[in-house]
Write a protein that binds this ligand. Structure first.
Ligand code: 13P
Length: 126
């Protein structure tokens, strides 16, 4: 990956409409970032924002959260926007927690809901 600042976009299933709407509303700002996403989220955001160039990892339950966690450890992801669903049990809950843990360990800005994401994306200009 290049030295361009990179944001990771992830949303759980109940939040995918929200992240697509968030991306659409912030398409011009997101265009300045390199964007990585988990598989299904990336597909939804790409559909909503054809102008963006999104690098899609595996789907979350198949290891996508872990791939993005690894990119945080190597300094290749600089901000995490993760619309989580706190009302649904998930088979890969440990991966979700591990990703949040690495974002905390490496002290990168992390938004877990839309209200915070709107503020982060305004505040952190690459
Ligand atoms: O499950 C996810 C994050 O934990 C998201 O993965 P998808 O974007 O592939 O649905």
């Amino acid at each position: 990956m290049t030295s361009q600042k990179c944001v990771a976009l992830i949303a759980h299933d109940q939040k995918k409409d929200d992240i697509a709407a968030f991306a659409k509303a912030n398409e011009a700002v997101l265009a300045r970032w390199k964007i990585v996403a988990t598989g299904t989220t990336g597909g939804r955001v790409q559909e909503a924002c054809p102008s963006l160039d999104i690098i899609r990892m595996k789907s979350g339950p198949l290891g996508g959260d872990q791939q993005i966690g690894a990119l945080i450890t190597t300094g290749e992801v600089h901000m995490l926007i993760f619309f989580t669903d706190p009302l649904t049990a998930m088979p890969h809950d440990v991966d979700v927690k591990a990703l949040m843990r690495l974002a905390t360990v490496y002290d990168i800005p992390m938004a877990l809901n839309r209200a915070t994401a709107e503020q982060l994306i305004d505040f952190h200009h690459p």
